[in-house]
Design a binder for this molecule. Structure first.
Ligand code: NAD
Ligand code: GLY
Length: 354
Protein backbone atom coordinates (compact mmCIF):
# COMPACT_ATOMS: atom_id res chain seq x y z
CA UNK A 1 0.00 0.00 0.00
CA UNK A 2 1.27 3.49 -0.90
CA UNK A 3 0.40 6.53 1.21
CA UNK A 4 0.06 10.11 0.07
CA UNK A 5 -0.69 13.00 2.46
CA UNK A 6 -2.91 15.91 1.57
CA UNK A 7 -2.56 18.75 4.09
CA UNK A 8 -4.93 21.70 3.93
CA UNK A 9 -6.01 24.33 6.45
CA UNK A 10 -8.93 22.15 7.54
CA UNK A 11 -7.64 18.59 7.38
CA UNK A 12 -4.66 16.34 6.89
CA UNK A 13 -6.04 13.55 4.77
CA UNK A 14 -4.33 10.24 4.27
CA UNK A 15 -4.76 8.72 0.82
CA UNK A 16 -3.95 5.01 0.73
CA UNK A 17 -3.55 3.24 -2.61
CA UNK A 18 -3.27 -0.52 -3.02
CA UNK A 19 -5.35 -3.67 -3.18
CA UNK A 20 -4.72 -4.08 0.55
CA UNK A 21 -5.87 -0.53 1.45
CA UNK A 22 -9.31 -1.63 2.65
CA UNK A 23 -8.08 -4.60 4.66
CA UNK A 24 -5.35 -2.55 6.30
CA UNK A 25 -7.23 0.69 7.00
CA UNK A 26 -10.99 0.09 7.03
CA UNK A 27 -11.41 -1.88 10.31
CA UNK A 28 -9.68 0.90 12.27
CA UNK A 29 -11.77 3.59 10.57
CA UNK A 30 -15.01 1.73 11.26
CA UNK A 31 -14.34 1.02 14.94
CA UNK A 32 -15.43 3.35 17.69
CA UNK A 33 -18.36 5.35 16.29
CA UNK A 34 -21.67 5.07 14.47
CA UNK A 35 -21.21 4.68 10.72
CA UNK A 36 -23.34 5.34 7.65
CA UNK A 37 -22.57 3.90 4.23
CA UNK A 38 -23.58 5.49 0.95
CA UNK A 39 -23.27 3.56 -2.28
CA UNK A 40 -25.10 3.13 -5.59
CA UNK A 41 -27.19 0.30 -7.00
CA UNK A 42 -24.44 -1.07 -9.27
CA UNK A 43 -21.73 -1.07 -6.63
CA UNK A 44 -24.11 -2.50 -4.02
CA UNK A 45 -25.11 -5.28 -6.44
CA UNK A 46 -21.48 -6.26 -6.89
CA UNK A 47 -20.08 -5.62 -3.41
CA UNK A 48 -22.99 -6.21 -1.01
CA UNK A 49 -21.16 -9.04 0.78
CA UNK A 50 -17.95 -7.02 1.13
CA UNK A 51 -19.90 -4.09 2.57
CA UNK A 52 -21.76 -6.34 5.03
CA UNK A 53 -18.50 -8.02 6.01
CA UNK A 54 -16.81 -4.74 6.87
CA UNK A 55 -19.75 -2.66 8.09
CA UNK A 56 -21.97 -5.29 9.74
CA UNK A 57 -25.35 -3.77 10.61
CA UNK A 58 -24.48 -0.15 9.85
CA UNK A 59 -27.18 1.54 7.73
CA UNK A 60 -26.45 1.46 3.99
CA UNK A 61 -28.16 3.98 1.70
CA UNK A 62 -28.23 2.68 -1.88
CA UNK A 63 -28.74 5.49 -4.39
CA UNK A 64 -29.94 4.68 -7.91
CA UNK A 65 -26.79 4.76 -10.09
CA UNK A 66 -26.24 7.61 -12.54
CA UNK A 67 -25.45 11.31 -12.81
CA UNK A 68 -29.19 12.10 -13.10
CA UNK A 69 -29.43 11.17 -9.40
CA UNK A 70 -26.75 13.61 -8.27
CA UNK A 71 -29.52 15.98 -7.26
CA UNK A 72 -30.74 18.12 -4.44
CA UNK A 73 -33.63 15.73 -3.81
CA UNK A 74 -31.26 12.73 -3.52
CA UNK A 75 -29.18 14.79 -1.10
CA UNK A 76 -32.32 15.48 0.95
CA UNK A 77 -33.23 11.78 1.00
CA UNK A 78 -29.73 10.84 2.18
CA UNK A 79 -29.80 13.48 4.94
CA UNK A 80 -33.24 12.23 6.05
CA UNK A 81 -31.88 8.69 6.38
CA UNK A 82 -28.86 9.96 8.29
CA UNK A 83 -31.23 11.69 10.69
CA UNK A 84 -33.40 8.58 11.04
CA UNK A 85 -30.28 6.53 11.74
CA UNK A 86 -29.66 8.87 14.70
CA UNK A 87 -26.14 9.80 13.64
CA UNK A 88 -24.20 12.11 15.95
CA UNK A 89 -21.54 14.71 15.34
CA UNK A 90 -18.94 12.01 15.96
CA UNK A 91 -20.48 9.65 13.39
CA UNK A 92 -18.77 8.87 10.09
CA UNK A 93 -19.99 8.59 6.51
CA UNK A 94 -18.33 6.19 4.08
CA UNK A 95 -18.91 7.02 0.40
CA UNK A 96 -18.34 3.81 -1.57
CA UNK A 97 -18.74 4.30 -5.32
CA UNK A 98 -17.88 6.41 -8.32
CA UNK A 99 -17.69 10.19 -8.53
CA UNK A 100 -21.44 10.63 -8.14
CA UNK A 101 -21.45 8.89 -4.76
CA UNK A 102 -18.25 10.64 -3.68
CA UNK A 103 -19.58 14.09 -4.58
CA UNK A 104 -23.03 13.72 -3.00
CA UNK A 105 -21.73 11.75 -0.01
CA UNK A 106 -19.06 14.34 0.66
CA UNK A 107 -21.69 17.09 0.53
CA UNK A 108 -24.05 15.18 2.86
CA UNK A 109 -21.23 14.71 5.37
CA UNK A 110 -20.38 18.43 5.20
CA UNK A 111 -24.00 19.37 5.96
CA UNK A 112 -25.09 16.86 8.60
CA UNK A 113 -24.72 18.58 12.01
CA UNK A 114 -22.50 21.11 10.17
CA UNK A 115 -20.00 18.42 9.34
CA UNK A 116 -19.22 14.83 10.26
CA UNK A 117 -16.15 12.91 9.16
CA UNK A 118 -16.12 11.33 5.74
CA UNK A 119 -14.10 8.49 4.26
CA UNK A 120 -14.02 8.16 0.49
CA UNK A 121 -13.76 4.68 -1.03
CA UNK A 122 -13.70 5.32 -4.79
CA UNK A 123 -14.63 2.36 -6.99
CA UNK A 124 -14.51 3.81 -10.53
CA UNK A 125 -11.25 4.73 -12.28
CA UNK A 126 -12.37 8.34 -12.57
CA UNK A 127 -13.05 8.56 -8.84
CA UNK A 128 -9.76 6.82 -8.01
CA UNK A 129 -7.56 9.12 -10.10
CA UNK A 130 -9.38 12.35 -9.35
CA UNK A 131 -12.77 12.97 -7.80
CA UNK A 132 -12.29 11.26 -4.41
CA UNK A 133 -9.31 13.50 -3.65
CA UNK A 134 -9.35 17.22 -2.97
CA UNK A 135 -12.63 17.79 -1.16
CA UNK A 136 -14.85 19.14 -3.93
CA UNK A 137 -18.38 17.99 -3.14
CA UNK A 138 -21.54 18.91 -5.04
CA UNK A 139 -24.89 18.18 -6.61
CA UNK A 140 -26.29 19.44 -9.93
CA UNK A 141 -29.25 21.84 -9.95
CA UNK A 142 -31.39 23.37 -12.70
CA UNK A 143 -29.24 21.87 -15.44
CA UNK A 144 -26.00 23.27 -14.06
CA UNK A 145 -23.23 20.86 -13.07
CA UNK A 146 -21.98 20.92 -9.48
CA UNK A 147 -23.61 24.29 -8.79
CA UNK A 148 -24.44 23.54 -5.13
CA UNK A 149 -21.56 22.22 -3.10
CA UNK A 150 -18.81 22.75 -0.59
CA UNK A 151 -15.11 22.27 -0.19
CA UNK A 152 -15.02 19.56 2.45
CA UNK A 153 -11.98 17.32 2.81
CA UNK A 154 -12.41 13.61 3.56
CA UNK A 155 -10.39 12.40 6.53
CA UNK A 156 -9.12 9.47 4.49
CA UNK A 157 -9.37 8.07 0.96
CA UNK A 158 -8.96 4.33 0.42
CA UNK A 159 -8.16 3.50 -3.19
CA UNK A 160 -8.25 -0.18 -4.06
CA UNK A 161 -7.54 -0.82 -7.76
CA UNK A 162 -9.12 -4.28 -7.22
CA UNK A 163 -12.50 -2.55 -7.73
CA UNK A 164 -11.53 -1.89 -11.35
CA UNK A 165 -11.89 -5.60 -12.15
CA UNK A 166 -15.68 -5.21 -12.30
CA UNK A 167 -15.68 -1.82 -13.99
CA UNK A 168 -17.19 -1.81 -17.51
CA UNK A 169 -14.78 -0.87 -20.33
CA UNK A 170 -16.72 2.34 -20.96
CA UNK A 171 -15.97 3.49 -17.40
CA UNK A 172 -12.25 2.79 -17.90
CA UNK A 173 -12.45 5.12 -20.86
CA UNK A 174 -14.17 7.73 -18.66
CA UNK A 175 -11.32 7.50 -16.17
CA UNK A 176 -8.87 8.11 -19.01
CA UNK A 177 -10.66 11.44 -19.51
CA UNK A 178 -9.29 12.67 -16.18
CA UNK A 179 -5.94 10.84 -16.58
CA UNK A 180 -5.31 12.65 -19.87
CA UNK A 181 -6.14 15.91 -18.10
CA UNK A 182 -3.09 15.13 -15.94
CA UNK A 183 -1.09 14.44 -19.13
CA UNK A 184 -1.86 18.02 -20.10
CA UNK A 185 -0.46 19.24 -16.78
CA UNK A 186 2.46 16.99 -15.87
CA UNK A 187 5.48 16.02 -17.97
CA UNK A 188 5.98 12.66 -16.25
CA UNK A 189 2.36 11.56 -16.65
CA UNK A 190 2.32 12.73 -20.29
CA UNK A 191 5.44 10.72 -21.10
CA UNK A 192 4.22 7.64 -19.24
CA UNK A 193 0.94 7.59 -21.19
CA UNK A 194 2.47 8.60 -24.55
CA UNK A 195 5.23 5.97 -24.29
CA UNK A 196 3.15 3.15 -22.78
CA UNK A 197 3.99 -0.17 -24.34
CA UNK A 198 1.01 -1.92 -22.74
CA UNK A 199 -2.70 -1.40 -23.32
CA UNK A 200 -4.05 1.57 -21.41
CA UNK A 201 -6.43 -0.68 -19.45
CA UNK A 202 -3.59 -2.81 -18.03
CA UNK A 203 -4.25 -2.89 -14.27
CA UNK A 204 -0.60 -2.42 -13.16
CA UNK A 205 -0.23 0.51 -15.54
CA UNK A 206 -3.46 2.05 -14.26
CA UNK A 207 -2.42 1.55 -10.64
CA UNK A 208 0.84 3.43 -11.22
CA UNK A 209 -1.08 6.22 -12.96
CA UNK A 210 -3.55 6.42 -10.05
CA UNK A 211 -0.65 7.12 -7.68
CA UNK A 212 0.88 9.70 -10.07
CA UNK A 213 -2.41 11.55 -10.62
CA UNK A 214 -3.29 11.60 -6.92
CA UNK A 215 0.19 12.83 -5.98
CA UNK A 216 -0.09 15.60 -8.56
CA UNK A 217 -3.57 16.60 -7.39
CA UNK A 218 -2.63 16.44 -3.70
CA UNK A 219 0.22 18.88 -4.37
CA UNK A 220 -2.06 21.32 -6.19
CA UNK A 221 -4.86 21.14 -3.60
CA UNK A 222 -2.47 21.53 -0.67
CA UNK A 223 -1.28 24.81 -2.22
CA UNK A 224 -4.69 26.10 -3.34
CA UNK A 225 -7.57 24.27 -1.66
CA UNK A 226 -10.31 26.76 -2.64
CA UNK A 227 -9.30 27.23 -6.30
CA UNK A 228 -8.25 30.85 -6.16
CA UNK A 229 -5.37 30.22 -8.55
CA UNK A 230 -3.34 27.09 -9.26
CA UNK A 231 -6.23 24.65 -8.70
CA UNK A 232 -7.89 26.05 -11.85
CA UNK A 233 -5.48 23.81 -13.76
CA UNK A 234 -7.56 20.80 -12.70
CA UNK A 235 -10.33 22.09 -14.95
CA UNK A 236 -8.50 21.47 -18.24
CA UNK A 237 -11.13 20.34 -20.76
CA UNK A 238 -13.95 20.82 -18.27
CA UNK A 239 -15.54 24.08 -19.52
CA UNK A 240 -16.43 22.57 -22.88
CA UNK A 241 -16.67 19.10 -21.31
CA UNK A 242 -19.40 20.17 -18.88
CA UNK A 243 -21.33 21.88 -21.72
CA UNK A 244 -21.15 18.64 -23.76
CA UNK A 245 -22.10 16.51 -20.74
CA UNK A 246 -25.19 18.60 -19.97
CA UNK A 247 -26.36 18.82 -23.56
CA UNK A 248 -25.67 15.32 -24.83
CA UNK A 249 -26.06 13.30 -21.62
CA UNK A 250 -22.66 11.73 -22.33
CA UNK A 251 -20.74 10.63 -19.23
CA UNK A 252 -18.48 13.10 -17.43
CA UNK A 253 -15.25 11.33 -18.39
CA UNK A 254 -16.05 11.01 -22.10
CA UNK A 255 -17.29 14.60 -22.20
CA UNK A 256 -13.97 15.69 -20.68
CA UNK A 257 -12.13 13.77 -23.42
CA UNK A 258 -14.10 15.67 -26.09
CA UNK A 259 -13.78 18.93 -24.14
CA UNK A 260 -10.00 18.60 -23.79
CA UNK A 261 -9.71 17.79 -27.49
CA UNK A 262 -11.72 20.85 -28.56
CA UNK A 263 -10.07 23.22 -26.06
CA UNK A 264 -6.60 22.03 -27.12
CA UNK A 265 -7.48 22.70 -30.79
CA UNK A 266 -8.65 26.16 -29.78
CA UNK A 267 -5.52 26.82 -27.70
CA UNK A 268 -3.29 25.83 -30.64
CA UNK A 269 -5.26 28.09 -32.99
CA UNK A 270 -5.06 31.04 -30.61
CA UNK A 271 -1.30 30.54 -30.30
CA UNK A 272 -1.34 29.78 -26.57
CA UNK A 273 -0.48 26.07 -26.94
CA UNK A 274 2.79 25.03 -28.57
CA UNK A 275 1.84 23.43 -31.87
CA UNK A 276 4.03 20.31 -31.94
CA UNK A 277 3.26 19.44 -28.32
CA UNK A 278 -0.45 20.20 -28.84
CA UNK A 279 -0.58 17.78 -31.77
CA UNK A 280 0.89 15.00 -29.58
CA UNK A 281 -1.72 15.68 -26.91
CA UNK A 282 -4.47 15.55 -29.56
CA UNK A 283 -3.13 12.13 -30.71
CA UNK A 284 -3.41 10.79 -27.14
CA UNK A 285 -6.96 12.14 -26.90
CA UNK A 286 -7.97 10.62 -30.24
CA UNK A 287 -6.55 7.25 -29.18
CA UNK A 288 -8.62 7.36 -25.98
CA UNK A 289 -11.76 8.45 -27.83
CA UNK A 290 -11.33 5.49 -30.20
CA UNK A 291 -11.53 2.95 -27.35
CA UNK A 292 -14.71 0.89 -27.59
CA UNK A 293 -17.54 1.53 -27.03
CA UNK A 294 -17.29 4.66 -29.16
CA UNK A 295 -20.11 7.11 -28.54
CA UNK A 296 -21.07 9.35 -31.36
CA UNK A 297 -22.61 12.36 -29.65
CA UNK A 298 -24.78 14.53 -31.83
CA UNK A 299 -22.73 17.68 -32.27
CA UNK A 300 -25.12 19.21 -34.84
CA UNK A 301 -26.38 21.67 -32.22
CA UNK A 302 -22.93 22.43 -30.76
CA UNK A 303 -23.46 26.22 -31.02
CA UNK A 304 -26.50 25.86 -28.74
CA UNK A 305 -24.84 23.28 -26.47
CA UNK A 306 -21.94 25.63 -25.83
CA UNK A 307 -24.37 28.17 -24.33
CA UNK A 308 -24.03 26.01 -21.21
CA UNK A 309 -20.43 27.22 -20.88
CA UNK A 310 -21.87 30.63 -19.91
CA UNK A 311 -22.95 29.22 -16.54
CA UNK A 312 -19.57 27.62 -15.83
CA UNK A 313 -18.27 28.41 -12.34
CA UNK A 314 -14.83 29.31 -13.68
CA UNK A 315 -16.10 32.40 -15.53
CA UNK A 316 -15.35 35.63 -13.73
CA UNK A 317 -18.38 37.67 -14.81
CA UNK A 318 -16.65 39.66 -17.59
CA UNK A 319 -18.77 38.03 -20.30
CA UNK A 320 -15.85 35.85 -21.37
CA UNK A 321 -15.48 32.08 -21.25
CA UNK A 322 -12.49 31.07 -19.19
CA UNK A 323 -10.71 27.79 -19.82
CA UNK A 324 -7.64 26.11 -18.38
CA UNK A 325 -5.69 24.80 -21.38
CA UNK A 326 -2.48 22.95 -22.15
CA UNK A 327 0.39 25.28 -23.07
CA UNK A 328 3.51 23.14 -23.47
CA UNK A 329 4.90 19.92 -21.98
CA UNK A 330 4.15 20.18 -18.24
CA UNK A 331 2.69 23.69 -18.57
CA UNK A 332 -0.84 25.06 -18.65
CA UNK A 333 -2.42 28.48 -18.87
CA UNK A 334 -5.78 30.25 -18.74
CA UNK A 335 -7.47 31.19 -22.00
CA UNK A 336 -10.33 33.71 -21.86
CA UNK A 337 -12.38 34.36 -24.97
CA UNK A 338 -15.51 36.41 -25.70
CA UNK A 339 -18.42 33.97 -25.94
CA UNK A 340 -18.95 34.37 -29.73
CA UNK A 341 -15.26 33.82 -30.44
CA UNK A 342 -15.26 30.75 -28.18
CA UNK A 343 -18.25 29.24 -30.00
CA UNK A 344 -16.97 30.07 -33.50
CA UNK A 345 -13.53 28.70 -32.63
CA UNK A 346 -14.79 25.49 -31.03
CA UNK A 347 -17.39 24.72 -33.70
CA UNK A 348 -14.85 24.62 -36.53
CA UNK A 349 -12.94 21.78 -34.83
CA UNK A 350 -15.93 19.50 -34.26
CA UNK A 351 -15.66 18.14 -37.82
CA UNK A 352 -12.16 16.79 -37.05
CA UNK A 353 -13.73 14.52 -34.43
CA UNK A 354 -15.72 12.56 -37.02
P1 NAD B 1 -20.39 7.36 -11.56
O1 NAD B 1 -20.28 7.58 -10.12
O2 NAD B 1 -21.73 7.53 -12.19
O3 NAD B 1 -19.80 5.91 -11.87
C1 NAD B 1 -19.81 5.47 -13.19
C2 NAD B 1 -20.55 4.13 -13.31
O4 NAD B 1 -19.69 3.10 -12.84
C3 NAD B 1 -21.82 4.04 -12.50
O5 NAD B 1 -22.77 3.32 -13.24
C4 NAD B 1 -21.39 3.23 -11.27
O6 NAD B 1 -22.46 2.53 -10.70
C5 NAD B 1 -20.39 2.30 -11.89
N1 NAD B 1 -19.38 1.74 -11.00
C6 NAD B 1 -18.61 2.41 -10.09
N2 NAD B 1 -17.71 1.58 -9.57
C7 NAD B 1 -17.89 0.36 -10.14
C8 NAD B 1 -17.23 -0.89 -10.03
N3 NAD B 1 -16.16 -1.06 -9.26
N4 NAD B 1 -17.69 -1.91 -10.77
C9 NAD B 1 -18.75 -1.74 -11.62
N5 NAD B 1 -19.40 -0.58 -11.78
C10 NAD B 1 -18.96 0.46 -11.05
O7 NAD B 1 -19.42 8.33 -12.37
P2 NAD B 1 -17.85 8.56 -12.33
O8 NAD B 1 -17.41 8.53 -13.72
O9 NAD B 1 -17.20 7.70 -11.34
O10 NAD B 1 -17.77 10.06 -11.77
C11 NAD B 1 -18.37 11.13 -12.47
C12 NAD B 1 -18.84 12.14 -11.46
O11 NAD B 1 -17.72 12.64 -10.74
C13 NAD B 1 -19.52 13.35 -12.09
O12 NAD B 1 -20.65 13.69 -11.35
C14 NAD B 1 -18.47 14.44 -11.98
O13 NAD B 1 -19.04 15.74 -11.92
C15 NAD B 1 -17.77 14.06 -10.70
N6 NAD B 1 -16.40 14.56 -10.56
C16 NAD B 1 -16.06 15.17 -9.41
C17 NAD B 1 -14.77 15.62 -9.22
C18 NAD B 1 -14.37 16.23 -7.91
O14 NAD B 1 -13.26 16.75 -7.80
N7 NAD B 1 -15.21 16.17 -6.90
C19 NAD B 1 -13.81 15.45 -10.24
C20 NAD B 1 -14.20 14.81 -11.41
C21 NAD B 1 -15.51 14.36 -11.57
N1 GLY C 1 -11.68 17.99 -10.48
C1 GLY C 1 -11.30 19.37 -10.31
C2 GLY C 1 -10.82 19.67 -8.94
O1 GLY C 1 -10.80 18.83 -8.07
O2 GLY C 1 -10.44 20.79 -8.69
Amino acid sequence: MKEIQLKTATQTAKICVGDDALALRLPGLIAGQQNFVLTDTNVYGLYKDTLKWYFGDAPIFVLEAGEENKTFSSLGAILQEMTKAGLHRTSRLFAVGGGVIGDIGGLASSLYMRGISCVQIPTSLLAQVDSSVGGKTAVDLNGVKNIVGAFYQPMEVLVSPAFLQTLPQREIKCGLGEIIKYCALDKGIFEKVANATCEWDNVDFLESLIVDCIAYKAGVVSRDEKETGERKCLNVGHTTGHAIELSTGLSHGESVLYGTYLETCLAIEKGVCEKEYGKKLLCILKKALAIAPVSKPDFSGIEIDLQKAKSDKKNVGDGKIQMAVAKALGEWTLLSLPFDEYVAGTTQFVASLA
